[in-house]
Design a protein around this ligand. Structure first.
Ligand code: ADP
Ligand code: ZN
Length: 433
């Protein structure tokens, strides 16, 4: 089944013609309404009128997360606040989040993209969807929610946490699909087993999983433990939220990028050059139809490769392979994105702390753990355990409050951490996914 047959199966030529028309429109709009784009285009020596083929996209400047930070919070919006009906935020780089806004039409398009994604996963209006993506400033929860409603399925707005309640609802409401991070799906499965629930005999048949990297091995494990088919979904707030790309149940090999709304490119993160199809590179997206917050050549930091070969499902969109890494130092901890610099900005203001620190990420019982070890200068470093513990607790609380991440904080004396000349931070990621 295909939700928007007429768009999702457009012959490539027609799809590219549509992309070009929309690219010209969006480039013109950002150039004339947002100072940042006017300057960036002028510096690159290009105007929207110079765009005559899709290849001209390569001449447009990139947009980076730093540009979003510099225009925090609403500086890149192209419409007045009176037209914005929703705001979401994701992680920023140095303490301030990345803010995204939507008009009513944007919400409608996003819902449609999510409905397409759910249908690509084989769902219909008869399905009951257990939505365990976080609601709130994240886009995951509400994104899936609106798509499920547009499709006409029954959505359970579960959000994250409250594992026992989730298990009760999985048994009692009989959802047929679960939307969550892959690690949480596995965590639920194992907690259920421990509690004596026969997880394979639940009514669940499909998992729509994303928001963090995972592997084929993990897919097999989830499918086996829950007796479902697990499919990969990709999205990011800056581009729209979940529903940028979705793996179809038929082909189940890479995620279809909804190219009537986005242009996807892969570039060499060092040089910015386009990499050939099929080779790994950093994903770059241009949004073609968003009103409030369109983005031109946004560098996601996510590494993947693009596949052009036709898919058995009939969709003509390019597919992207699973995300294989990041071009920057962003970490995803229990589905929450964090930059080391954001963590640093939490303890930066405390006298005697830093600058050297170490982050250790691990996975215990399918849940990510984060340990932060921060060096403390000798004159402040106190042997009095109580005082140290108090400071550790305060940082733990601030990290939870500001970043939404649970961390174990440990203060250590100067010189305790391994570091070479000049390095301030070290990240050790021991997760095996
Ligand atoms: P949300 O608000 O839904 O959590 P964010 O914008 O905070 O979205 O996070 C987006 C990031 O999450 C992406 O840039 C990518 O790094 C990661 N991500 C999203 N989906 C996937 C996926 N299917 N596989 C791997 N990583 C993903
Ligand atoms: Zn397909």
């Amino acid at each position: 089944m295909i939700f928007n047959e007429e768009f999702e199966t457009l012959p490539r030529e027609a799809l590219e013609a549509l992309q070009l028309k929309r690219l010209k429109q969006v480039a013109g709009r950002v150039y004339h309404t947002v100072g940042f784009y006017k300057t960036a285009f002028d510096e690159a020596g290009i105007t929207p009128d110079d765009i005559s083929t899709l290849d001209d996209l390569k001449r447009l400047p990139f947009t980076a997360k730093e540009d979003l930070r510099e225009n925090y919070p609403f500086g890149l919006f192209t419409v007045p606040m009176s037209n914005i009906v929703r705001l979401h935020a994701s992680s920023g780089i140095t303490g301030k989040p990345t803010v995204v806004g939507y008009t009513r039409r944007d919400i409608d398009i996003w819902s449609r993209l999510m409905a397409r994604s759910l249908v690509a996963a084989g769902l219909t209006s008869n399905d009951i969807i257990h939505n365990a993506y976080g609601y709130g400033l994240f886009t995951g929860g509400l994104g899936v929610h609106y798509g499920a409603e547009m499709l006409g399925s029954s959505v359970i707005p579960m959000s994250g946490g409250s594992t026992k309640k989730q298990l009760m609802i999985l048994q009692d409401f009989g959802p047929t699909a679960i939307c969550s991070t892959p690690s949480y799906a596995l965590y639920l499965a194992e907690r259920g087993e421990e509690m004596g629930v026969d997880m394979r005999s639940l009514r669940l048949r499909v998992g729509i999983l994303g928001a963090e990297p995972w592997s084929e091995k993990m897919r097999e494990k989830i499918e086996d433990k829950l007796g479902i088919r697990a499919l990969d979904m990709y999205g990011l707030s800056e581009v729209i939220g979940p529903g940028v790309a979705m793996e179809c149940a038929v082909g189940r090999d890479g995620m279809h990028v909804f190219e009537d709304h986005f242009i996807v490119e892969t570039i060499n993160p060092e040089t910015g050059e386009t990499v050939p199809y099929g080779e790994e590179g950093e994903l770059v997206f241009t949004s073609l139809t968003k009103e409030a917050f369109p983005l031109i050549r946004y560098r996601t930091g996510d590494i993947s490769r693009l596949m052009k070969e036709p898919c058995r499902c009939g969709r003509t969109y390019t597919r992207m392979a699973r995300i294989s890494g990041r071009s920057d130092d962003m970490l995803i901890i229990r589905g929450v994105n964090v930059f080391p610099s954001e963590i640093e900005s939490v303890f930066q203001g405390i006298e005697g702390l830093g600058p050297h620190y170490e982050l250790t990420v691990d996975r215990e019982h399918n849940l990510d753990t984060l340990e932060i070890r921060v060096e403390m200068s000798e004159d402040v470093f106190s042997d009095e355990i109580r005082i140290l513990q108090k400071t550790e607790q305060r940082i733990t609380k601030d990290i939870k409050d500001y970043l939404g991440v649970i961390a174990k904080v440990k203060l250590v004396g100067t010189g305790s951490l391994e570091h070479s000349e000049g390095t301030i931070q070290r990240v050790v990621d021991n997760r095996k996914i």
